[in-house]
Design a protein around this ligand. Structure first.
Ligand code: F6R
Length: 611
């Protein structure tokens, strides 16, 4: 939710701020602004709309100054207006701030400030912070002291970048529950909500922890703990490159990310797969002893990552023979679910910054449970909360709709399942070898599905004018039906629902008529294939349009369905890695044909750092 960037440099910063905020745009894109410290005051340029639109009007890059901050907003408090856009400048005109997060006690603080005669220009929670800092600065010795005094009064989450004309080369950064990294550039220091915005300038970063304060000038970086004591923090080198955060000739990030999946699966499995076993890196701390001691798994996640967790549940129960369940992180947190000893809590997240998931994970840590994160972003809050982390190697995912992060999460879950089955002896060596071989073949089989993008685009034309869609799948493919429906609704705004195929008869079948496309995942497995054929017949009998995902070589389904997309045969448990690809491509093409902004769907933000 919202992206922030700040720079203190020996050179003008406005062009870099504009570029940085463009890279962060997937976090929020309802309004955008830049503030720089110029000789004659704070230069503030902000407006409603996407970065390109507002930039075309206000020309961010020409703002003068060597210190500045910028922000792209996903509104929480207050409408989408220029006044509510960040940065916010204090009434005296000397301090500017950008904020990501939610100030929970802002109404109370606002009332106090109003009683003291303060005037507010916006409806945001952020504006109280700029008032508090200005008030504190009247008696404080430095900007950092004023920020410290102001943030001590705040309840809620924040990542803040603060600049002041009185100390024109200083940038203050602090955070609580919202992410913020400090980057070390050449004769400059930077701050950003995530590393994607920094890659062009540096790969060396420090991750701030809650209530720490960074005081930055072009030549110095001092970090203070919540008590004001100066501390040394480890620097981290980021292994992503700038190209990874660019479109590489694709029309949209989402399409690029869909096509990257074979390579990203390889990157995720290769370091951990041996001929006859799975081995996790020593820094994960995951050992056979730990896995052997697990007798129950509870997954915590949101959205697409929650769908990955549902596949995980299937894998753990089916293969590792460990009971598993999946919780919405936002629900788990507020329920007293009994968690017996021996339970492993597995949190899954692309960003590692989803507030609901991290809060649930923290709750699990507080209760003394063993925790493991499956996460794409190194150094993210989640990886610092969980006892163990398996990193997925999806690289930066910029498209708001998650694709490669999802399939690399599935790959990590397969690895964990094999590791667990190995440790517990729940699969024979031959079964483990078969799974390892099957996993190794996945990237090349994925390529075969992606080769059909042209045909899938043609099928997408059938769906562009529909208002609803139903997705059906069974077993390991039921979560994929949910994921297919989520992808369609979030980027093309067509209402879609996923169901276990057999559930259709218990209600949704009433919706089927000529206008209803039904996407059926129908792999040729021994257990349910025939039943799924029956479901297709039921849809056809009611004149629905069937788009089937079938196994290569299947001659029956093309005779029943209106359209068939073939995926290569795999082990049944690996099937979700195949069946999700056509559904991602289908949603992408439907959205693109409907003229939707695929990478920046309305009302969404890539990183949900508020509960
Ligand atoms: C959908 C999507 C969201 C995220 C969800 C959790 O395409 O991207 O549903 O999956 O917001 O985000 P992470 O995985 O970052 O915790």
């Amino acid at each position: 939710m919202c992206g922030i960037i700040g720079i203190t440099s020996t050179r003008p910063v406005a062009a870099k701020l504009a570029q940085g905020v463009r890279r962060l745009e997937y976090r929020g894109y309802d309004s955008v602004g830049v503030a720089t410290l110029a000789d004659n005051g704070i230069e503030l340029r902000k407006g409603v709309g996407k970065v390109d639109q507002v930039d075309a009007e206000l020309d961010f890059a020409s703002a003068p100054g060597i210190t500045g901050i910028a922000h792209c907003r996903w509104g929480t408090h207050g409408g989408i207006t220029q006044a509510n856009a960040h940065p916010h400048v204090a009434p005296g005109g000397r301090i500017a701030i950008v904020h990501n997060g939610i100030i929970e006690n802002f109404l109370e603080l606002k009332e106090q400030l109003l009683a003291e005669g303060a005037q507010f220009l916006s409806e945001t929670d952020t504006e109280v912070v700029v008032h508090l800092i200005e008030r504190a600065l009247k008696v404080a010795d430095s900007l950092e002291e004023a920020v410290h005094v102001a943030t001590a009064q705040i309840v809620g989450s924040y990542a803040l970048g603060v600049v002041c004309l009185d100390e024109p080369d200083k940038l203050i950064a602090t955070r609580n529950e919202s992410p913020l990294v400090v980057g070390f550039g050449e004769d400059e220091h930077l701050i950003a909500s995530d590393v994607a915005a920094l890659l062009e300038h540096t790969k060396t970063v420090v991750y701030l922890d809650n209530r720490e304060v960074a005081v930055l000038t072009p030549g110095s970086c001092s970090i203070f703990d919540p008590h004001g004591e100066k501390i040394d923090k480890p620097r981290h080198e980021i292994d992503w490159d700038v190209e990874a955060a660019e479109k590489a000739g694709y029309e949209h990030y989402m399409l690029k990310e869909i096509f990257e999946q074979p390579a990203k699966i390889t990157d995720t499995i290769r370091p951990r797969l041996r001929d006859h076993e799975v081995v996790f890196e020593p820094d994960t701390g995951i050992t056979a002893d730990i896995l052997r001691g697990v007798d129950r798994v509870v997954f915590l996640a949101c959205g697409t990552s929650w769908h990955a967790a549902m596949v995980g549940e299937f894998l753990f129960e089916e293969l590792a023979k460990v009971p598993a369940e999946v919780e919405y992180a936002s629900e788990f947190r507020y329920r007293n679910t009994p968690i017996p000893p021996g339970t492993l809590l597995v949190a899954i997240s692309q960003s590692g910054e989803t507030a609901d998931t991290n809060a649930a994970l923290e709750e699990a840590v507080r209760r003394g449970n063993r925790t493991l994160a499956i996460c794409n972003v190194r150094g993210s809050s989640m990886t610092r909360i969980a006892a163990h982390t398996i990193h997925t190697h999806a690289g930066p995912e910029i498209g708001v709709a998650s694709t490669k992060a999802f399939t690399t999460q599935l790959a990590a879950l397969y690895l964990l399942t094999i590791g667990m089955a190995q440790a517990k002896g729940s699969l024979s060596q031959q079964q483990i070898d078969t799974m390892i071989m099957g996993l190794r073949e996945i990237p090349q089989k994925m390529e075969r599905v992606l080769d059909q993008a042209g045909e899938i685009q043609n099928i997408a034309k059938q769906m562009t004018s529909r208002s609803n869609a139903i997705y059906l799948g069974r077993g390991a493919h039921f979560p994929i039906a949910l994921e297919g429906a989520l992808k369609l609704k979030e980027i093309s705004y067509i209402h879609a629902e996923g169901y276990p195929a057999a559930e259709m008869k218990h209600g949704p079948i009433a919706l089927i008529d000529k206008q209803m496309p039904v996407i059926v995942i129908a792999p040729q497995d021994k257990l349910t294939y025939q039943k799924t054929l029956g479901n297709i017949e039921e849809v056809k009998a009611r004149e629905g349009t069937v788009i089937a995902i079938a196994t290569e070589g299947d001659e029956v389904i093309p005779r029943l369905a209106d359209f068939t997309i073939f995926v290569p045969e795999t082990l049944y448990s690996l099937g979700p890695l195949m069946s999700v690809l056509p559904l991602q491509l289908l949603s992408y093409h439907v959205a693109e044909l409907r003229g939707c902004d695929v990478d920046k769907p309305r009302n969404l933000s890539k990183v949900v750092t508020v509960e």
